[in-house]
Design a protein around this ligand. Structure first.
Ligand SMILES: Nc1ncnc2c1ncn2[C@@H]1O[C@H](COP(=O)(O)OP(=O)(O)OP(=O)(O)O)[C@@H](O)[C@H]1O
Length: 297
């Protein structure tokens, strides 16, 4: 298990991290989300030891993390870091060897990743001749090649086309199935929702929410009502108590659909019933993106 406790980091007067804690169990996929500048990259850099914190601890399997342990981690840094003039296959193999693999093992692992990540036709090209998305695939292969015990990936999905997104999601799921914890940051909340067992939401250097997507949903689930009414007068939604967060105009069957954050759910029901025929009235499960907007606001 990866355990991060009470990390602190300052840049001059600016507090970048203020007591950031998270834990990721064996085989768990942890999605790290937050607005630009919230502190995700800083946290991941401290986990990987490329930046030192001003306080707090990082433990792997119950022990403080040091250089030797980190060699067994796979890391995709935000700033990336490939040799521009080295060929794809050669480069991935080279990083495998840096990660402690024998040359033959590194070559065959590189071949497997090249195929999985859709780089077969580019294997003999220099990295700087690749598109950004393909460079990203190489960077991922480099992070994955030495069969790391833990994966820490800074926005691994950004810039990938949908096929590459699926290929990477599949590769990561295989690693978690073998017990490897995966931490990744992303602004693609639909992906995080689809892939992750747990998420942490960071805002201005503080973890403001965390848990499984199910936990977060349960906490937020009795906040939004979805109401569908047919045959109602045009102004009926204005009489609903609370805030209308979405409204679609009448469809062909004369139905209005409203999503309401009610101040009084029973009064909302009375208003809907008074306005027309109530076709649907129920709590709506929020998406991770909706939860995010709410807790970060
Ligand atoms: N080297 C640095 N010097 C000064 N301030 C820094 C430095 N690196 C990061 N910061 C500040 O620390 C805060 C956290 O930045 P960080 O890069 O960790 O955020 P992030 O969540 O990864 O953002 P993004 O989603 O944009 O990548 C920001 O306010 C940033 O401006």
């Amino acid at each position: 298990m990866l355990e991060v406790r009470r990390l602190k980091k300052r840049y001059g007067d600016k507090i970048a991290l203020d007591d950031v804690s998270l834990s990721v169990g064996e085989g768990q996929m942890f999605g790290f989300v937050g607005a630009n500048g919230a502190g995700k990259t800083t946290t991941m850099r401290i986990i990987m030891g490329v930046l030192s914190g001003d306080g707090g601890e990082v433990e792997w399997r119950g022990k403080p993390v040091g250089f030797e342990t980190r060699r067994r981690f796979g890391y995709m840094p935000e700033e990336r870091g490939l040799y521009a003039k080295m060929r794809v296959a050669e480069q991935i193999t080279y990083f495998g060897q840096l990660g402690g693999m024998a040359p033959a093992a590194a070559r065959s692992a590189a071949d497997a990743l090249i195929e999985r990540l859709g780089l077969t036709e580019r294997r003999d090209d220099d990295v700087d001749s690749l598109s950004l998305g393909n460079q990203q695939r190489v960077q991922l292969a480099v992070a994955l090649i030495h069969d790391p015990e833990l994966l820490v990936l800074d926005e691994p999905f950004s810039g990938l086309d949908p096929i590459a997104v699926d290929a990477l999601a599949e590769v990561l799921a295989e690693r978690t199935a073998k017990g490897v914890p995966v931490v990744f940051s992303s602004h693609q909340l639909d992906l995080v929702e689809r892939l992750c067992d747990s998420v942490g939401i960071i805002k201005a250097g503080t973890m403001i929410a965390g848990g499984t997507v199910g936990d977060l949903r349960a906490r937020e689930s009795r906040k939004r009502l979805r109401i569908v009414v047919s045959g109602a007068d045009p102004g009926w939604a204005d009489r609903l108590p609370g805030t209308v967060v979405a409204k679609s105009a009448q469809d062909g069957a004369g139905r209005d659909e409203v999503v309401l954050m009610p101040s009084d759910d029973q009064e909302a029901l009375r208003v809907a019933a008074g306005a027309g025929r109530v076709e649907h009235f129920g709590w709506q499960e929020p998406s991770l993106a909706e939860i995010f907007r709410e807790v970060v606001a």
